[in-house]
Design a protein around this ligand. Structure first.
Ligand SMILES: Nc1ncnc2c1ncn2[C@@H]1O[C@H](COP(=O)(O)OP(=O)(O)OP(=O)(O)O)[C@@H](O)[C@H]1O
Length: 410
């Protein structure tokens, strides 16, 4: 290693104040030149030091990268299940679900809590607590161990409930039937229809019924929020499902990533295209009789790229329409179940008066009626409250009577 150059001495000159002016000036000039000289030497040394610092920094970066590569090539991901005394923890390795009791260094132990994702080496020693990058991406998904929605909460679409149970629930609960008959269940189910008609509820209710983890991702998030990350997020989505199976993957607004190809070839389109290709390749490599089911939803069926509807992909289409009159009455009674409803509230008449309302609109109507009762200092909701609520909703939405008006789905 080269030795550091020595720092030049500070120039020093005694200048006698009794000297004649011209000699003093000459002496001062000499002193000034000494100073400039030292300054030049110091600048040179500083430049050298900067160079050396830069080279060292590059070396550190290289070593860090090599270290990262070494670590990433040999580490496995696990979840901490329990932290025990004496710096021991139980971890469950992802993928094979193997549970292991392992030591953890005191450097890390204080930072670990049950539920943390960690990286372990071949001998299961915890190397790092995973930082939040993957978790941040996981946050773009909604993960629910057991959604609270049940089939009994869904009104007016009994036929769709039956179809979803057959296409999604049965392959999970009775896979042997498909084996015996020798057919593959549908790979993916596509629910299409106007907004607020219960598509998300259907997906959640199947997850509830089958004790599956519900993992929801919105297509719009895949392309808007994480530009450049869409295909990675799709991989994460399926990875998450594999870790938590049985699982229901629900991709809402699938049209955002599976629109018909347009002529324009902007980079945004290319990104959307890549995200969709990733989704298709995940689905193609999928065990149809496995423990993961995929449901997608759209209210823009007309815009969908037909490539996603081929066999082995979203090959079961279920239309979820706006509720008819009886459906609206059923949904009204579901959403008023927990309300203090006065005698004389005529649900049949309200169902007649809500033509074109979606399930979500009917839910808002019930809430709004409750607000009218509160405003009028009553704890019982009367028929008039519903009538007032209806009027208010019609007024608020006079240009767009119900939220579902103007959708396109076929
Ligand atoms: N068929 C239904 N029965 C009971 N409630 C319903 C029904 N449809 C919608 N709702 C109510 O509307 C809310 C929104 O429904 P949901 O999210 O399932 O609609 P969606 O079809 O997925 O809509 P979007 O296409 O806008 O995502 C539900 O939380 C529920 O309260």
């Amino acid at each position: 290693m080269s030795r550091s150059p020595s720092i030049p001495d500070r120039p020093h000159r005694d200048i006698d104040s009794d000297l004649p002016d011209d000699e003093r000036l000459e002496a001062l000039r000499g002193h000034y030149e000494d100073l400039v000289d030292v300054n030049d030497q110091l600048s040179e040394q500083l430049d050298d030091a900067e160079d050396r610092r830069e080279r060292l920094r590059e070396k550190v970066d290289r070593v860090e990268r090599e270290n990262e590569t070494l670590k990433s090539s040999s580490l496995y991901i696990a979840t901490v299940e329990d932290v025990l005394p004496d710096e021991q923890v139980i971890v469950k390795q992802h993928g094979n679900n193997q549970e292991v009791l392992t030591d953890v260094s005191s450097r890390i132990v204080d930072r670990i809590e049950p539920g943390d994702r960690v990286a372990v080496n071949d001998s299961f020693a915890i190397q790092t607590v995973l930082d939040t990058e993957t978790d941040a991406r996981a946050q773009s998904m909604e993960i629910t161990e057991k959604p609270a929605v049940t089939y009994a909460d869904i009104g007016g679409i009994d036929e769709q409930v039956r179809e979803v149970r057959e296409a999604v629930e049965q392959p999970l609960t009775e896979p042997e039937i498909f084996n015996e008959v020798g057919i593959d269940p549908p790979s993916g189910v596509l629910l299409y229809g106007p907004p607020g008609t219960g598509k998300t509820m259907l997906a959640k209710a199947v997850a509830n019924e089958t004790d599956a983890t519900f993992i929801k991702m919105a297509g719009s998030e895949l392309v808007r929020k994480f530009i450049g990350e869409g295909s990675r997020l799709v991989r994460d989505l399926f990875e998450m499902a594999r870790e938590r199976q049985p699982a229901i993957i629900f991709i809402d607004e699938i049209d955002a990533i599976a629109t018909r190809r347009t002529e324009s070839k902007t980079s945004g389109d290319a990104e959307v295209q890549r995200t969709m290709m990733q989704l298709l390749s995940e689905m193609d490599g999928f065990e149809a009789r496995g423990e993961i089911r995929i449901i997608a939803a759209t209210n823009r069926f007309d815009m969908l790229d037909r490539a996603i509807l081929r066999p082995g992909r979203f090959d079961r289409l279920i239309e979820v329409p706006e509720p008819d009159r009886d459906g609206r009455e059923q949904i009204l009674s579901i959403h008023t179940r927990g309300m203090n409803i006065a005698d004389g509230v005529d649900f049949a008449a309200l169902a007649d008066d809500t033509d074109g309302y979606s399930g979500a609109d009917i839910e808002s109507l019930a809430t709004e009626a409750g607000m009218f009762a509160i405003r009028n200092d009553r704890d019982e909701v009367a028929h008039q409250d519903f009538a007032d609520a209806l009027e208010k909703i019609e007024e608020d939405d006079s240009s767009d009577v119900v939220s579902s008006a103007g959708y396109f789905y076929q």
